[in-house]
Design a protein around this ligand. Structure first.
Ligand SMILES: Nc1ncnc2c1ncn2[C@@H]1O[C@H](COP(=O)(O)OP(=O)(O)OP(=O)(O)O)[C@@H](O)[C@H]1O
Ligand SMILES: [Mg+2]
Length: 605
């Protein structure tokens, strides 16, 4: 009991804290279209007052008719009252349409504005953030906020409207009898508490279910995607996957059913209470009319005001509860915007040297991925001279790609430092440093855009016509593109209609063109030729020697035919450099390199 009362107050605190998310949301809404916001609000405010106006005119009409039956003449301008009521009803119908119009415009603008802000912010975050599942959940939730919170914004407009209507009608009821008003409010409050309590339970349940929902998403993707189709068929995985899907989604379904059932019963009881409150007040007014204390007009006016006030107050509470509920979801969006990158440029950061004179120097560099224990790099020392072509080799998982992530500052070392021309990398502006480096990762992107765009993304500023073609020529992508039906304008990938898919090696040639277009001082290719056929690989490296003159190049490869061409070969093992030197030197040494080389060579003999 004690525990549940504490959690009760804790949940309320959390709910109230979530309301603090509303001001930042309002400022985003405002930014996305001030004119539309003002238009929508004005329409709502005027529309909010029309119920009272109509009730009041109807009362005047009924009183006049009652007087007429008791022998008094109809008051002057009686028919104008009828016309006025029609006028108000017409205007209010128009306003309802305008509200819908402004809501629709605002929804579009808000979605666009939030999506752009989320994308912009996401691009500034650390790579590490994306590899942290907790953060990734948050990002996923923040991303859907863009479209899912539209209802909440409309609800806030609606809340204002309901509030004004309820206040104006309540004032009328209050003027008649404060007791009636108190009765109405007392009947509505429990319903509000119930509503918001269940809304909150729904939210916490949703959060708890996120990891499962992510698994479901994954299963859905694997179960129906181009990448997985081949294995799915050949390993006959489909039944296994749909079985898993059913098992997991049943868990979620059962939890949801339990909550919905509780909500149903509690909601029924509370709704009955509110209805009883309304009819209590209504009966009192009828009684007063029957004993002659009220005119027909007043009966109609009060009954209308009580009904209107009661439904609007109820709606205020439920609208508010839904806003409070949704504002809990905003926590993800607001917190997402609060997370900043850890790896970032210092104020007053240096520009990267042009040209690089001294090269890169790893100085006792140690690195552990966040949340892991193992030092992938362990007090590693390595020099990369300007103009040198280095091949980095090592077995799977020895940290080759990791080393590239450190040079490019996707991560910072956890120990030691990396110097560029004698200055710690952390002193340089990240953007400027990254401009000097051109990297094609093992898992390079295949943009489902045109061939030209796929190359141009390597250097959007320099992507004028001739430059893209030249880069394609250097990487052998030219031959691939010539065979495409639409040449450079051919859409690649099969996601969109008219797209053409490429083979692994063809994609790789396109990615290489991207690297050449960049014209950076340091070129890093992580397994650049893994998918290339023997002839293409040979040609790529024939050219590679010419193309990289005057540049520093770091090549990562498991193919010794490629590796041999480097000025220096560096063997990475257990987070350190096991051997380094030229091919001949390392062969003469008879150590690890010689062993690996022999192993690979023997399979060709
Ligand atoms: N994001 C990550 N989070 C945690 N550990 C990681 C992450 N990326 C890589 N690792 C671990 O770091 C080690 C080195 O990985 P890395 O990708 O640098 O290897 P590699 O030498 O490039 O291997 P390969 O030849 O297979 O490409 C691996 O054991 C891997 O499990
Ligand atoms: Mg790798």
């Amino acid at each position: 009991m004690e525990k549940s009362s504490r959690s009760w107050s804790a949940t309320w605190r959390e709910r109230i804290r979530a309301l603090q998310n509303i001001p930042p949301l309002l400022s985003i809404v405002w930014e996305s279209g001030p004119g539309v916001v003002v238009g929508g609000l004005s329409a709502r405010i005027i529309a909010a007052l029309s119920p009272l106006a109509i009730l009041w005119i109807t009362k005047r009409i009924l009183d006049a008719i009652q007087g007429h039956f008791s022998g008094r003449p109809l008051p002057q301008g009686f028919w104008w009252l009828v016309a006025a009521e029609f006028g108000i009803a017409a205007i209010s119908a128009m306003l309802t349409r305008s509200v819908a119009f402004f809501d629709a415009l605002l929804a579009d603008r808000f979605t666009r504005h939030v999506s752009i802000r989320v994308m912009g912010h996401a691009s500034r975050l650390d790579l590490a953030s994306y590899e942290d599942p907790v953060f990734y959940d948050k990002l996923e939730r923040a991303r859907v906020q863009a479209t899912d919170r539209i209802y909440m914004i409309q609800a806030m407009g609606l809340l204002l409207q309901q509030f004004i209507t309820a206040a104006s009608l309540s004032a009328a009821v209050l003027a008649f009898s404060p007791w009636l008003m108190a009765l109405l409010v007392a009947a509505v409050v429990p319903a509000f508490l119930g509503e918001s309590h269940f809304a909150f339970l729904g939210y916490t349940q949703n959060i708890r279910q996120t990891p499962i929902k992510r698994q479901l998403d994954y299963l859905r993707t694997v179960g129906a995607s181009k990448e997985s189709a081949k294995e799915l068929k050949l390993f006959a995985l489909s039944d296994y996957l749909s079985g898993e899907y059913t098992r997991l989604s049943n868990q979620i379904y059962d939890q949801n059913v339990r909550l919905a059932r509780r909500r149903l019963w509690a909601g029924l009881g509370l709704a009955l209470l509110s209805t009883a409150g309304y009819y209590g007040a209504y009966t009192y007014v009828i009684y007063r009319t029957v004993i002659g204390a009220l005119t027909w007009g007043s009966l109609q006016f009060l009954a209308g005001s009580i009904a209107g006030a009661s439904t609007n107050i109820q709606s205020i509470f439920s609208t508010f509860a839904s806003i409070a509920d949704q504002s809990l979801f905003l926590t993800d969006l607001v917190e997402f915007f609060k997370v900043g990158p850890v790896v970032r440029s210092k104020p007053g950061a240096l520009l990267a040297p042009r040209p690089i004179r001294d090269g890169f120097q790893f100085d006792q560099v140690t690195f552990q991925y966040p949340g892991t224990q193992r030092a992938v790099l362990d007090r590693l020392d390595l020099r990369i001279e300007p103009g040198e072509r280095i091949a980095l080799i090592g077995e799977n998982g020895q940290g080759k790609t990791t080393l590239v992530k450190l040079i490019t500052r996707l991560y910072d070392p956890t120990g030691g430092r990396i110097l560029l021309d004698g200055v710690d990398l952390r002193e340089y502006s990240i953007e400027d440093l990254q401009k000097q480096i051109s990297v094609i990762f093992q898992d390079f992107m295949r943009y489902e855009m045109t061939a030209r765009q796929n190359i141009a993304v390597g250097n959007l500023e320099a992507a004028r016509d001739g430059a893209v073609q030249r880069a394609a020529g250097k990487s052998l992508a030219e031959g691939v593109i010539e065979r495409l039906p639409n040449g450079y304008e051919q859409l690649l990938g099969r996601r969109f209609e008219g797209g053409v898919d490429l083979s692994g090696g063809e994609w790789q040639k396109i990615a290489l063109a991207r690297a050449y277009l960049r014209e950076a001082q340091l070129l890093i290719l992580d397994e650049p030729t893994a998918a290339l056929d023997a002839r293409s690989e040979y040609e790529v490296f024939q050219r590679f020697a010419d193309l990289t003159t005057g540049k520093t190049a770091l090549l990562i490869s498991h193919r010794f035919s490629t590796v041999r061409m480097a000025d220096r070969i560096v063997v990475l093992e257990n987070g350190q450099i096991a051997e380094q030197g030229s091919h001949d030197h390392l062969m003469a040494l008879g150590g690890r390199y010689a062993g690996m080389f022999e192993l690979q060579a023997s399979s060709y003999r």
